[in-house]
Design a protein around this ligand. Sequence first.
Ligand code: NAD
Length: 249
Amino acid sequence: MTSELAGKTALVTGAGSGIGRACARVLADAGVKVHVVDRDAEAAVRVAGEIGGTEHVVDLADPLAPGSLPGAVDILVNNAGLQEIAPIHEFPPERFALLQRVMVTAPFLLMRHCLPHMYAQGWGRVVNISSVHGLRASAYKVAYVTAKHALEGMSKVAALEGAEHGVTSNCVSPGYVRTPLVEHQIAAQAKAHGITPEEVVDQVFLQRPAIKRLVEAEEVAALVRWLCGDAARSVTGVSLPVDGGWTAQ
Ligand code: NAD
């Protein structure tokens, strides 16, 4: 059966790894031509090769980068992100600014770049990979929580402005997903607390969700795929947690 997305074009940021790679794969499987955007050249080339996409090696911390990417896309997945952990009084200001540039300014600039094409054709999908930390706070994650809350707001504004043009904008907000970003955090916390990685997962990462396992990147990508399809044409301006019940309590 032909997918309703066949022949469409998507731009997925941070598509060289983790959730972005899973999104790029699921969209390619649906017949979408995917622009694989990442600052990691090797990863971008590898994923583009795997899915028959096109790699674009840029650092999204650079405000000129979004304008250098293709703007005539039907689907924009703002996914690239990074984490930094420290209490506010010790948080490096330049790291705070970097997280805002990559996770807030770049999505804004990419929307600005891609929406005119979507508006002109009367159809488009913006999916923003937020986090439970777009909806809830955790100590020591000030830059990340600030950026994801901002992304949630930006996504709603895009939903309101895009509605009359056939463009939806939504957030997908995962709990802890098994990706390199989280594997690094597990290793760092194990070292800091003097416990095993398994104990970190059980005692730290799975403390808040009701479902006691890490989310898989493919589960997040499946929801992104659904938001891009016809079945989700009336879904806009929302944030859909994939968090094992974390935000339910
Ligand atoms: P990841 O580290 O596996 O992948 C992130 C990708 O983004 C990498 O390929 C990296 O090279 C790229 N990237 C980072 N900074 C970039 C920049 N300046 N320019 C271009 N590319 C850049 O991480 P992930 O876990 O797949 O995270 C993807 C998104 O999902 C992030 O926005 C993250 O905040 C969000 N998220 C992750 C989790 C989780 O538990 N893993 C939970 C909630 C939300």
